[in-house]
Design a protein around this ligand. Structure first.
Ligand code: NAD
Length: 475
């Protein structure tokens, strides 16, 4: 490290740090707009070397007993815990997440996901008998893991831990927006003593290194998290090669507050959810559905609770919301806000102006539109910024229709006085995950999309099974 600048120009390939031979790319601190580090992208040869290292490692790793593979996963968790403060600061620097959020969802959660593999390993059956057949599950091979910037380490661990437990080896390509914490993670992986080549790091742009990795003849499976557009492209490349692919994509999740729900609690949790990570969360509840008769009270509650999310310096322990990741992201979010105002949507709080006292940094004011028409862009498209759309409904049937009226289906919530009633509603929602009355995130439960939110699942045994293929042996 040189002063505050991080300059890591190496790649982690075959257990060695080797100098990358592509172009230099600056990493920008979104809170200051200053350069925060420099990385160097991989050349075609670097990619070949990384895939070759993963291939060589696969033959040995697949035969390592699952208990020992688990021990390596737990050693990574331990290493992350030891360097947690540093990881939190790196994530704050590269993508602007406040340090108070950094200790929780950005680093604490991936540590618990790694540790959840203890329970998963206990319940996984690599071999079962069906009549006269032995059904065995075998690792798919070399996995290309391509991840986004919004929860850099969480997204990586969501792929790495299950792939490693299954017996796969990995070539990881993180997002260029937030690669710095990934370097630290690879140092932790090195310390955790995994055999050389089991995990490899390459760096580069999606359309170049990303696509080259997806198409690489030495790759057996692609695991992608990111935008629906990139997912569509990757899916079509993989389809051409008949290569297994999992896609974790975007969302426009509905937070449905039923008539008899505890409105203040549901609104408070809903607002915090929509603005968490400056709204850059694929599973964010960006549509709040409220009985039309309660819209006025909802307006008052939102105004009261949104104040807690005033943006500020991510390094300040009191800050709940930092900037968005980049100038480009800020412009895109502001265009959505501007468009919604032009479309005549009712702006309750926020807007396109800079937050008070913040004259630099990619900050966006937490913004809420109320009584939004269901066909407006703000109600249908993923904004990926701190923007919440509140929609009114008359009947529960209409609420369900609105909740399901989306091309996405990643997450959601439902609130009711009676849990059974909420559960009945949850069963009807076309989405991969639903929280009933604020049910907590469970790292053992599968996560993934219905409809255009993706293909496949992460977490729990379902997550590991994506990295396994099934063979029937008749006896
Ligand atoms: P992105 O699609 O631009 O990039 C994600 C990753 O894919 C990056 O590493 C990028 O370099 C790479 N990439 C981009 N185009 C590629 C291509 N053609 N071939 C191969 N690789 C390519 O997404 P982003 O801006 O980094 O992240 C935000 C998006 O991710 C949002 O849409 C969000 O909803 C989604 N997301 C989904 C989940 C989920 O679990 N469903 C989680 C987090 C983020």
């Amino acid at each position: 490290m040189k002063g505050n600048m991080i300059s890591w120009k190496d790649l982690y390939i075959g257990g060695q740090w080797v100098r990358a031979s592509g172009a230099e790319i600056a990493v920008v601190n979104p809170a200051t707009e200053e350069p925060a580090g420099v990385v160097v992208s991989s050349s075609a040869k670097d990619l070949d070397d990384a895939v070759a290292a993963a291939r060589r490692a696969f033959d040995g790793w697949r035969t390592v007993p699952v208990e020992r593979r688990l021990a390596h996963i737990l050693a990574i968790a331990e290493g992350m815990r030891e360097r947690q403060d540093e990881l939190v600061r790196l994530i704050a620097t590269e993508m602007g997440a406040p340090v108070r959020l950094g200790r929780g969802v950005h680093t604490g959660l991936p540590i618990s996901v790694l540790e959840s593999h203890r329970t998963i390993a206990d319940s996984l059956r690599f071999s079962t008998e069906v009549g006269n057949s032995l059904v065995v599950r075998e690792p798919r091979g070399v996995v290309a893991a391509i991840t986004p910037w919004n929860f850099p380490l969480h997204q990586i661990i969501a792929k790495l831990a299950p792939a490693l437990l299954a017996g796969c080896t990995v070539v990881l390509k993180p997002s260029l927006e937030a690669p710095l914490s990934t370097y630290a993670l690879c140092q932790i992986i090195e310390q955790a003593g995994l055999p050389d080549g089991v995990v490899n790091l390459v760096i580069g742009r999606g359309a170049e290194s990303g696509e080259a990795l997806v198409r690489h003849p030495g790759v057996d499976m692609v695991s992608f998290t990111g935008s629906t557009d990139a997912g569509r492209r990757i899916g079509s490349l993989a389809a051409d090669l008949v290569r297994p692919v999992t896609l974790e994509l975007g969302g426009k999740s509905a937070n449905v507050i039923l008539e008899d729900a505890d409105l203040p609690v549901a609104v408070k949790v809903g607002v915090a959810n929509a603005f968490m990570n400056a709204g850059q969360t694929c599973s964010a509840w960006t549509r709040m559905l409220v009985p039309r008769s309660r819209l006025d009270v909802t307006r008052e509650l939102i105004a009261k609770y949104a104040v807690a999310n005033e943006p500020g310096d991510p390094m300040d322990p009191a800050t709940r919301m930092g900037p968005v990741v980049s100038a480009r992201q800020r412009e895109s979010v502001l265009r959505y806000i501007d468009g919604a105002v032009s479309d005549g949507c009712e702006l309750l709080i926020g807007g396109v102006d800079r937050p008070h006292g913040l004259d630099r940094g990619f900050y966006v004011r937490p913004t809420v539109f109320v009584d939004v028409p269901p066909d407006s862009r703000i109600a249908r498209e993923e904004v990926f910024g701190p923007v919440l759309a509140v929609l009114g409904y008359e009947t529960e049937e209409e609420a369900l229709e609105l909740a399901n009226d989306s091309s996405y289906g990643l997450a959601g919530a439902v609130w009711a006085k009676d849990r059974e009633r909420a559960l009945d509603f949850a069963r009807e929602m076309e989405t991969g995950q639903v929280d009933v009355n604020g049910g907590r995130f469970n790292p053992l439960a599968p996560f993934g999309g219905y409809k255009r939110s993706g293909i496949g699942r992460e977490f729990g045994t379902f997550g590991v099974e994506e990295y396994l293929q099934v063979k029937s042996i008749q006896l």
